[in-house]
Design a protein around this ligand. Structure first.
Ligand code: NAG
Ligand code: NAG
Length: 355
C-alpha cells in the first residue's frame, strides 16, 4: 500500500487489528456470523493477511478465515520488470558478513544456476513470473546481485525518512567506483538498514517499502526498496513469526529461524515481498488491486503472513521443520532454507507458495 506516495509493506495487517472496519474500508463486507470453515474451499476465499502490530488490542482467535469474494487484481498498463533484474544492494549501517551472506544467498536462489531441492525459492518466484506487461512479456526469471555499496558510516544518520532514502541512493551512485552504476534497464536498488537504524513509520506501520526515485532528487527514475533489520527494534512485528508479540505469547511460541538470525531471517520474507511487488508494479501503475493507486493491494500484500497451507489470522500455516527444529518453506542455494510469504496468483485467484 502507499501512503505519502510510498508503498507500505504490511499496512494491510492493520486490517487484522480492526478487521471489519478495514474490510469495509476496502469495500468488502465481512459477515462474522458465518462459519469460518465454510469458506475454506471457496475458490475466491483468501486468508486475511496478518501482521501483529505491537499495540494491537485485537483478541480474536487465530485461524480466523475471512472470505474476500472479489480480489480484483488488475493491470494498469505500466511497465513490469521484464528484462534481467539487476539488484544493487546498499548496506547501510552495521552488517555482519554472516548476515549479508543470508541475504545474498536468498537473492541468488531466485535464479539458481544448479538445481535446488523443492520446494525452492525459484519455484516460489514462478508465481511472480506469471505477471506480464502490455506486450505479453513476463516478469524476468533472472535476478542477480549486480553490485553492492557499503554505507557503514551512516551517511545520512541513524534516523531515515522516505526522502532521505533517496538521498542515500543518490550518494551511493555519486560515490560509485564502478560497483553501483545507474541502470535504468532492469536496475533495482535495495537499501538495507542495519539493526540500529530507524525509519519513518518503521515498526509502527512498515517493515519495508518500495517506490521509485525522483529525477529531481537522484537524477533518474529508478525503482528502489527499503527493508530494515528489525532484530533489535521490533522483531515481534517485522520478524514475525520468529518473534511473537506479548499479547500473543499465550497462544503461540515463536518459530525457530532457519539461519539462526531472527532479524535477518525475518527480513528475507520482507525482501521477497518487496521484490515481488517492485517487479510487478515498479512505477505504481502496473499490477495492483483496489480502486486507489495511492493505497493499492499489490501481489504480496494479499498474502501477508501466509507461509503454508492453512495460514490465517496470525497462524503462519503448515511449514517444514528442519532437523535442528527451524521452520522453513523453501530451499535455496548452498543448502540454505528460508521462510518466505506466499504470493498472489491472479489466475488461481489465491495465494500460492513454491510449486
Ligand atoms: C455467509 O456466506 C455466504 C457466502 O459464503 C453468503 O452468501 C451469506 O450471505 C453469508 N451469510 C449471511 C448471514 O450473510
Ligand atoms: C507468462 O505469463 C503467462 C500469463 O500469466 C503464463 O501463462 C506463463 O506461464 C508465464 N510464463 C512463465 C515462463 O512464467
Amino acid at each position: 500500500m502507499v501512503s505519502h506516495g510510498i508503498h507500505r509493506f504490511w499496512i494491510s495487517a492493520v486490517i487484522v487489528a480492526a478487521m471489519s472496519v478495514c474490510a469495509h474500508a476496502r469495500g468488502t463486507v465481512i459477515d462474522d456470523s458465518n462459519d469460518s470453515t465454510a469458506v475454506v474451499n471457496h475458490p475466491s476465499a483468501i486468508y486475511r493477511p496478518f501482521r501483529p502490530w505491537p499495540d494491537n488490542s485485537h483478541t480474536r482467535d487465530s485461524k480466523v478465515l475471512v472470505q474476500e469474494p472479489i480480489v480484483n487484481m488488475q493491470y494498469h498498463m505500466g511497465p513490469v520488470l521484464t528484462s534481467a533484474i539487476h539488484v544493487y544492494i546498499i548496506w547501510y549501517g552495521t552488517w555482519k558478513n554472516s548476515q549479508k551472506s543470508i541475504i545474498r544467498d536468498f537473492l541468488s536462489s531466485i535464479s539458481a544456476p544448479s538445481p535446488v531441492p523443492g520446494p525452492s525459492v525459484q519455484q516460489w518466484w514462478s508465481t511472480v513470473q506469471t505477471y506480464t506487461d502490455q506486450t505479453g512479456a513476463n516478469i524476468s526469471a533472472s535476478i542477480t546481485v549486480a553490485g553492492e555499496h557499503e554505507d557503514s558510516h551512516y551517511s545520512h544518520g541513524k534516523v531515515l525518512s522516505r526522502l532521505t532514502v533517496q538521498e542515500v541512493i543518490r550518494s551511493a551512485l555519486a560515490e560509485n567506483k564502478g560497483t553501483l552504476p545507474v541502470n535504468t534497464k532492469g536496475g533495482l536498488y535495495m537499501v538495507l538498514t542495519g539493526e540500529d537504524v530507524m525509519m519513518q513509520d518503521y515498526c509502527r506501520a512498515v517493515c519495508g517499502f518500495h517506490y521509485f526515485t525522483f529525477p529531481a532528487k537522484v537524477g533518474y527514475t529508478l525503482p528502489y526498496a527499503w527493508i530494515g533489520n528489525s532484530g533489535k527494534s521490533c522483531p515481534e512485528t517485522c520478524a514475525y513469526p520468529f518473534a511473537i508479540p506479548q499479547f500473543m505469547a499465550a497462544a503461540m511460541s515463536p518459530l525457530k529461524s532457519p539461519n539462526n538470525d531472527v532479524g535477518v531471517d525475518g527480513m528475507v520474507s520482507v525482501i521477497g515481498h518487496e521484490l515481488a511487488e517492485i517487479s510487478s508494479n515498479p512505477l505504481i501503475n502496473a499490477w495492483y488491486a483496489g480502486e486507489n493507486p495511492s493505497a493499492p493491494n499489490e501481489i504480496a500484500d494479499l498474502c501477508e503472513g501466509m507461509y503454508g497451507p492453512g495460514a490465517g489470522g496470525g497462524y503462519p500455516g503448515t511449514v517444514a521443520v528442519s532437523k535442528f527444529g527451524a521452520s522453513y518453506n523453501m530451499h535455496g542455494v548452498r543448502g540454505r532454507k528460508f521462510l518466505v510469504q506466499w504470493i498472489w496468483n491472479s489466475d488461481l485467484n489465491s495465494c500460492q507458495g513454491p510449486h
